[in-house]
Design a protein around this ligand. Structure first.
Ligand code: AMP
Length: 430
């Protein structure tokens, strides 16, 4: 029989690696709470048109990478519907913002999410078909200050603080402004003009995109097309005064709080909904897939989805990649040893051993429980692999309440009264 394996591009996460995952998630929750973000959990699948309308039909994500299927109607009252496993979470958050009329509060909504996303990409280290993102969005009516460059700078400063708190150093932040909806038509016209003569030598995707959505030509990864892309007009040269002033204010606020950045005029990011500020944090330690996180402003997204005017800014970071960074920094995480291994010396002590384990665990200690069918030698071998000390529980110990405890590191063996055991283990006196 062929053994079944996890599907290509997906993987199981096992301990001790999952400890690192939990650490990253806990750090995000802790840091984001200081900025008053609340958690949102949206469904893992959505109506396909949500992504087509927001991320954009011509993006790689929508045109090549989505897991989409026709969901058959189960009752006459239902219609069959095209559904898609979410390839990203911003569209779902903005859909929820509109659906729950969150703009009626008149306040900025600060929402974060942690969850799996799905893209049919070519799997490699740091790139998977099911991957995890931690992301956040700041969205609201303009009257709540949602367009302010201070929001952009605050989000970027939060990300810098998060990475520092996680112990990830050596990252770089690249920034750009891709202009507002007012700037975009002038830039697209210039891009079309410049592409006219060049596009026949470019790849098939670029030839199509030059017609349908020229901005997406800038995402092309085909090496032969890069020299041509280098010669194309830069969006920075097509910003109007308001967009320039917005970007300058973001940079000034970052300078004021000491967050270092570089400006990359080619950073457009592969999603259609971005306006004005776009950004990416990269890290050299990640190899080819060097983007730790990316994001930007999306002032028109809510309206693209039929909602009210609700400018916003957000980001998504790759949890898989953050964990890869931490693993590289600390080497394989050694699984921490338990505080005690309890060894019942015969099966007659099994129940009493479970009771003792319960007592210690209730006191917050990490405890492994052996089995009375093990010979003493095996108990010591197992205990040595799993815990700092072994606690022997035989007939004598059970009767007298005086336990035999041996510390593996020092080799020291002691008698400890049961009532003193928690205290002794906590103080590591044994
Ligand atoms: P994006 O949603 O494309 O802006 O990506 C934001 C971040 O998600 C990236 O910077 C990566 O860290 C992470 N990411 C995107 N795609 C993948 C993938 N296929 N596998 C792992 N991480 C990914």
């Amino acid at each position: 029989m062929t053994l079944l394996k996890a599907v290509r591009g997906t993987r199981d996460l096992l301990p001790p690696e999952t400890e690192l995952w939990n650490r990253v998630e806990a750090t995000a929750r802790r840091v984001f709470a200081r900025y008053h973000f609340g958690e949102i959990r949206t469904p893992i699948f959505e109506d396909t048109s949500l992504f087509a309308r927001s991320v954009g039909e011509e993006t790689d994500i929508v045109s090549k990478e989505m897991y989409t299927w026709e969901d058959r109607a189960r009752a006459q009252s239902e219609k069959s519907q095209s559904l898609t496993l979410r390839p990203e979470n911003t569209a779902g958050v903005v859909r929820a913002y509109i659906e729950h009329k969150l703009d009626a509060t008149g306040l900025l909504q600060k929402l974060f999410y942690i969850g799996p996303q799905f893209r049919r990409e070519r799997p490699q280290k740091g790139r998977y078909r099911q991957f995890w993102q931690i992301g956040a969005e700041v969205i609201g009516p303009p009257s709540a200050g949602s367009e302010s460059p201070l929001r952009d700078a605050e989000v970027l400063e939060m990300l810098a603080s998060f990475l520092n708190e996680l112990g990830i150093t050596g990252w770089s932040l690249a920034l750009n402004s891709v202009g507002s909806s007012a700037d975009r038509p002038r830039y697209i016209a210039a891009l079309r003009e410049a592409l006219k003569d060049k596009v026949p030598q470019m790849c098939a995707d670029c030839q199509r995109r030059a017609e349908t959505n020229p901005l997406r030509v800038l995402d092309c990864k085909v090496p032969e097309d890069q020299p041509v892309i280098e010669t194309l007009p830069r969006i920075a040269d097509y910003l109007d005064d308001a967009s320039k002033a917005h970007f300058a204010a973001v940079l000034a606020a970052l300078d004021a709080c000491g967050v270092a950045y570089t400006i990359n005029p080619r950073l457009v990011r592969g999603l259609d909904y971005y306006t004005r500020t776009t950004f990416e944090f990269t890290h050299g330690g990640l190899g080819a897939q060097n983007a730790l996180l990316g994001g930007g402003r999306y002032d028109g997204l809510s309206e693209m989805l039929g909602g009210p005017k609700a400018p916003g800014i957000g980001f998504a970071m790759g949890l898989d990649r953050l964990v890869l960074m931490l693993q590289a920094a600390q080497g394989e995480a050694a699984s921490a040893l338990s505080d005690a291994y309890i060894a019942p010396l015969s099966e007659a002590q099994n129940a009493a051993a479970l009771e003792l384990a319960r007592e210690l665990r209730r006191a917050g200690l990490r405890v492994e429980l052996g089995d009375g069918s093990f010979r003493l030698k095996k108990s010591f071998e197992m205990g040595n692999k799993l815990a700092r000390v072994i606690v022997l529980l035989g007939e004598d110990e059970q009767r007298s309440g005086i336990l035999t405890v041996k510390d593996f590191a020092s080799g020291e063996q002691k008698k400890v009264a049961r009532a003193e055991l928690v205290k002794a283990l906590r103080k590591q006196e044994i």
